[in-house]
Design a protein around this ligand. Structure first.
Ligand SMILES: NC(=O)c1ccc[n+]([C@@H]2O[C@H](COP(=O)([O-])OP(=O)(O)OC[C@H]3O[C@@H](n4cnc5c(N)ncnc54)[C@H](OP(=O)(O)O)[C@@H]3O)[C@@H](O)[C@H]2O)c1
Length: 315
C-alpha cells in the first residue's frame, strides 16, 4: 500500500473506450497508477488527467492537477468550455495514428476528385460512356491551409505524388517540393487559382470564418474545397453560394459548425456537398497512449513537456 501511494496517478476522463485507454496506459506506464474515477484516488493527488470533453466542474475538483493531456488535436472546445483551471498546461494530441488517418482521408478525397470518380459514377448511373479530360497531378494546383503536424504531412505526400502544392501557415516552412506562404499577406498568393483547397488549420479567433466568399473567389473556377479542420473555419452560406454559381465544383466536408449536422441543414441535400461525419482522423488509442507515455516519461525525467498549447496563439 505504501508503494502504491508513491505512484503518480493519471485520471482517465473519457466518455468512451475508457477500459481500453486505462489498460493501455497502465501497460505503457507501469510505474503510474491509472484510474478512471476520481473517487479511486482517495487522498492522493492526481497530477495528470487524460481528457476529451470533461463535464462541468470535473477538472476543478481534481486535487493537485498539474498537466492536462487532450485526446484531441484541436483544443478549441476545451478552451471555450472555461473548464480548464487558469495556468494549467494543456498538451494537445500529436500522434502518428492521427496524422496517418488524416493523410488517408485527404488522399482519398483529393484523388477521387482529381480523377473524376464521382462524375464517372453519375455517368454510369445514367448508362453513359462519358470520358472526361484527365490531367496529371503535376498539372493540378493544390493548396493546404495549415502546415503543422497534419498539414505538413499531407502537403509533403501530395507533392510526392506530383501535385503543384502550396501551403499556408503562420510561420514559413521548408517542405520538399512545396511552396510555402505565411502570414496574412501570404494568404492570397497561397490560394490564388488553387483547384483543390484543403483546410487543416486549428480553430482560433484568427482562423474562424477564414473560408468566406472572398477567399473562395480567389480559387480556380470549379475548385474543390476539402475541409478536415473545423466547421467554423467555413462560412456555410459562402460555400453554398459558391457551389450554386460554379465557383466550387464540390465541397467535401468532415466537420461542421454544429455536430451532428442538424437534419435541416442544406449541406445534407445539396448535390455538391460530400460529407463524412467527423471521422477524417480519429484518435487511435494505441498510438495516442504511446505518444502520451513518451511525453510524460520525458517530462518526469526533467525534459520540457512537448506539444503544450500556446494560449496566446490559441493552438
Ligand atoms: N476532422 C478530423 O477528424 C480532425 C482530426 C484531427 C485534427 N483536426 C483539425 O486539424 C487541426 C490541425 O491539427 P494539427 O495537429 O496539424 O495542428 P498544428 O500542428 O498545430 O498545426 C496548425 C497549423 O496551422 C497553422 N496556423 C495556425 N494559425 C494560423 C494562422 N492564423 N494563419 C496561418 N496559419 C496558421 C500553423 O502555423 P505554424 O506552423 O506557423 O504555427 C500550423 O502550420 C486541428 O486543430 C483540428 O482542428 C481534425
Amino acid at each position: 500500500m505504501q508503494v502504491r501511494e508513491l505512484l503518480k496517478t493519471i485520471l482517465v476522463l473519457l466518455r468512451s473506450n475508457v477500459e481500453q485507454w486505462t489498460r493501455l496506459l497502465q501497460a505503457a506506464l507501469p510505474d503510474h497508477r491509472i484510474i478512471a474515477d476520481l473517487a479511486a484516488a482517495g487522498d492522493a493527488a492526481v497530477p495528470y488527467a487524460v481528457v476529451g470533453k470533461p463535464a462541468p466542474g470535473v477538472l476543478a475538483a481534481i486535487p493537485g492537477l498539474e498537466v492536462l493531456f487532450s485526446v484531441n488535436a484541436g483544443i478549441e472546445g476545451l478552451l471555450e468550455s472555461g473548464e480548464v483551471p487558469p495556468g494549467l498546461p494543456i498538451v494537445r494530441m500529436v500522434d502518428e495514428g492521427l496524422a496517418e488517418g488524416m493523410l488517408e482521408w485527404v488522399l482519398a478525397t483529393t484523388l477521387a476528385w482529381h480523377r473524376n470518380l464521382f462524375d464517372y459514377r453519375a455517368a454510369q448511373r445514367a448508362g453513359e460512356w462519358r470520358p472526361l479530360a484527365e490531367i496529371l497531378a503535376r498539372d493540378r494546383r493544390v493548396t493546404v491551409l495549415g502546415a503543422g503536424h497534419l498539414g505538413a504531412r499531407v502537403a509533403a505526400t501530395l507533392a510526392g505524388i506530383g501535385f503543384q502544392t502550396r501551403v499556408w501557415s503562420r510561420t514559413p516552412k521548408t517542405i520538399a517540393g512545396v511552396q510555402s506562404h505565411h502570414g496574412a499577406p501570404g494568404l492570397e498568393p497561397a490560394v490564388a487559382r488553387a483547384e483543390i483547397l484543403i483546410n487543416l488549420l486549428p480553430l482560433t479567433p484568427a482562423t474562424e470564418n477564414l473560408i468566406d466568399r472572398t477567399l473562395l473567389s480567389r480559387l480556380a473556377p470549379q475548385a474543390v474545397l476539402i475541409n478536415g479542420g473545423r466547421g467554423r473555419h467555413v462560412v456555410d452560406a459562402a460555400v453554398l453560394g459558391a457551389l450554386d454559381d460554379g465557383q466550387l465544383r464540390a465541397a467535401v466536408l468532415d466537420v461542421f459548425r454544429e455536430e451532428p449536422l442538424p437534419a435541416t441543414h442544406p449541406f445534407w441535400t445539396h448535390s455538391g456537398v460530400y460529407l463524412t461525419p467527423h471521422v477524417a482522423a480519429l484518435t487511435q488509442a494505441t498510438t495516442a497512449v504511446a505518444a502520451i507515455a513518451e511525453n510524460l516519461r520525458g517530462f518526469e525525467a526533467g525534459a520540457p513537456l512537448r506539444h503544450v498549447v500556446d494560449l496566446a496563439r490559441g493552438y
